[in-house]
Design a protein around this ligand. Structure first.
Ligand code: MN3
Length: 261
């Protein structure tokens, strides 16, 4: 949420888009990627909550497990789904957006934000061996790594300071993580996308070039978006009244019980 909204407002507010096109293109195209990442995390949360309840009439207490869940609110205010809150339920808010209008300061902030996000991902990875969670974290570790490098290279272009010498933060290679290794081997860590096929945002080629400072691999810009994968069709949850249209099974059970009364 923070990377998406920070880059989104910075791109909307960007001054000197023509003169500083590579930097505008970088912030704008990474915004597009972050939108996809929020959806990926949201989908993962929905999948992880699977089987925390059962389908049954209210008197059977089908949501009984929710009482002892960390985010009980997710079972009350939503149907066991994602909400823009942290792991303790504290809501995300607009104060987390930094859009100073100063390009170096914004790039520095974005670099910090991505390094912080990388730290959080690594810690959450250490908390769970759930394959769905790990798959998501492994993939995002690799993609987040490209964003860290992209902002480091952008800062180097503006200031001459070789920020890439600080990397990786934290100092641990992505290949240590089982779930990240295949994405590294596939070369996902060397690619930036334009998320567009009309020739816009190709200015990122002026920043994303040369070789990866850790692997030596050639950095590539791909015009367009990554291939993606099929979206899971999330099951209906009659016990949460979701989606609430045509939960046949639930209606039948309830009707049978009422008929008996
Ligand atoms: Mn990112």
């Amino acid at each position: 949420m923070s990377t998406l909204n920070n880059y989104m407002y910075q791109s909307f507010n960007f001054r000197g888009k023509k003169k500083l096109k590579p930097f505008y293109d970088l912030v704008a195209s990474i915004t597009a990627e972050e939108f996809g990442h929020v959806e990926l995390v949201s989908t993962t949360i929905n999948l992880l909550n699977k089987s925390s309840s059962f389908t049954g009439i209210p008197d059977l207490t089908p949501l009984q497990n929710a009482k002892n869940m960390r985010s009980t609110q997710s079972f009350i205010a939503s149907a066991q789904a994602s909400l823009p809150v942290d792991s303790m339920g504290k809501p995300w808010n607009g104060e987390y957006v930094f859009s100073s209008g100063n390009l170096i300061l914004d790039l520095l902030h974005n670099f910090f934000l991505e390094c912080g996000a990388r730290t959080h991902k690594m810690r959450v990875y250490e908390m769970t061996d759930h394959p769905t969670a790990r798959e998501m974290i492994g993939y995002l570790l690799v993609r987040g790594g490209t964003h860290i490098l992209a902002y480091a290279k952008a800062m180097e272009m503006v200031t001459g300071v070789d920020v890439t010498r600080m990397l990786p933060i934290p100092n641990l290679d992505n290949r240590v993580f089982d779930a990240a290794r295949k994405y590294e081997d596939r070369g996902d860590g060397n690619v930036l996308f334009t998320w567009n096929t009309t020739g816009d945002y190709l200015g990122i080629k002026q920043i994303w070039k040369g070789n990866h400072p850790q692997t030596g691999d050639k950095l590539r810009v791909i015009e367009g978006s990554p291939k993606g994968a099929a979206m899971p069709d999330l099951d209906e949850l009659p016990e949460e009244f979701a989606p609430g249209i045509g939960p046949e099974e639930f209606q039948h059970i309830a009707k049978r019980l009422l008929d008996k009364m």
